[in-house]
Write a protein of this length. Structure first.
Length: 377
């Protein structure tokens, strides 16, 4: 069975493994205290899914908001990086205790995973996280994942839990992701516009779909917005994972959305292999290779990137680093692991393979980015 509508998210045959993302504004009230009554209703829905035979992973925001309230820090703990890290250090304890208590009341065992961007960008660490998630789910525990904001800096962090949820779904080999938001789903324009229409289905996130989004987070507590949710949908779709945006502000939000078919379901257009899905989900790229029309056409047909088709090299990167591949107008075409450092790429660009040995002084590699280490966007 495949997922074709929101109600399928509650079907263990169609959706064996589910990731549920809960944002700060839903979990924490304006005074910095947990919204316990609402959370109890959500946890009851998670327990019902568990009883149906579904595996559930929770991606939970809220550590900074909870910690800032306990430390009495301004701006919800987000005035500066030091405040955010300190708030997270305190709030992570409170958040883990909260989920553990609520899940235990439903007879479920909670497990905590704190991840940074580097944990999921580095292939070895990604596989370690994947193995841990797999073992916990096999033991019928409920992993509660959050970004490790106590150590993450602006340069090495996701910055929002929407994209983290999509990456966790890849690592957990999930079938679907639910992003609980403060709106019913993706609208074709600003939801404040009375003419705005909810889009029940999206098959592939295109530039036109991105144009419908706004990057603002209405609550002031969170760090995401519709833009981050569309980026999460792009990450998910490359791995063949369905992603749903649902309104989490109501009691029993999952039942309301699935029962009334209220939300937006992003249906993937493809399913890359595990390694290519990981490559396509990478967020921190070290450089950019611009290519001509001939190279762009070759890439779409499954070819590798050769130096002859490169027209510009930007950034500082080394062999094995992830880079973006763009057309002449700067539109992303693909991303992958480069076989040369930036200086070598600059020397090789536009030159035929027969010239490479003389330029480099050693026997060249078969491509600048080999097709096995490249994924189309």
């Amino acid at each position: 069975m495949t997922i074709s509508c929101l109600s399928d998210l509650l079907d263990a045959k169609a959706c064996k493994r589910l990731v549920v993302k809960v944002g700060s504004a839903l979990l924490v009230g304006s005074g910095g205290a947990p919204r316990r009554q609402w959370l109890e209703g959500l946890v009851a829905e998670i327990a019902a899914a568990h009883q149906r035979g579904q595996d559930v992973v929770i991606v939970s925001s809220g550590a900074i908001a909870l910690g800032a309230a306990r430390l009495d820090l301004p701006k919800g703990g987000r005035a500066n990086l030091a405040d955010a890290q300190a708030s997270a250090a305190v709030g992570q304890i409170a958040l883990a205790e909260l989920w553990s208590e609520l899940l235990a009341a439903q007879g479920l065992v909670a497990a905590q995973l704190l991840l940074t961007l580097e944990d999921l960008e580095d292939r070895r660490r990604y596989l370690n996280a994947s193995a841990t998630l797999g073992r916990l789910l096999k033991a019928r525990a409920v992993p509660v994942v959050n970004e490790n904001d106590s150590v993450a800096t602006q340069e090495i962090r996701f910055g929002d839990n929407d994209r983290l949820a999509a990456r966790v779904a890849q690592a957990a080999h999930a079938n679907a992701v639910m992003l609980l938001s403060d709106v019913d789903g993706l609208y074709d324009r600003d939801p404040a516009d009375p003419e705005a229409q909810l889009m029940p289905f999206v098959r592939g996130v295109t530039p036109e779909i991105h144009a419908m989004a706004t990057g603002a987070s209405g609550s002031g507590l969170g760090s995401g917005g519709m833009t981050s949710k569309l980026q999460a949908a792009e990450i998910a779709e490359r791995a063949g994972i369905v992603l749903a945006i649902l309104n989490g502000t109501h009691d029993s939000p999952v039942s309301r959305a699935t029962g009334g078919n209220i939300g937006t379901l992003f249906l993937p257009r493809r399913k890359d292999g595990a390694r290519k899905a990981w490559l396509g989900g990478r967020l921190r790229l070290k450089g950019v290779l611009k290519v001509d029309a001939g190279a762009a056409k070759a890439l779409t047909k499954g070819g590798s990137l050769l130096a002859a088709g490169i027209t510009a090299v930007d950034g500082e990167f080394h062999r094995g680093d992830p880079v973006a591949i763009c057309d002449g107008a700067g539109r992303p075409l693909a991303q992958g692991l480069v076989e040369y450092d930036a200086g070598e790429c600059s020397r090789l660009m536009g030159r035929n393979s027969s010239d490479h040995a003389e330029i480099l002084g050693y026997y060249p590699r078969s491509a600048v980015v080999h097709r096995d280490q490249l994924v189309l966007l």
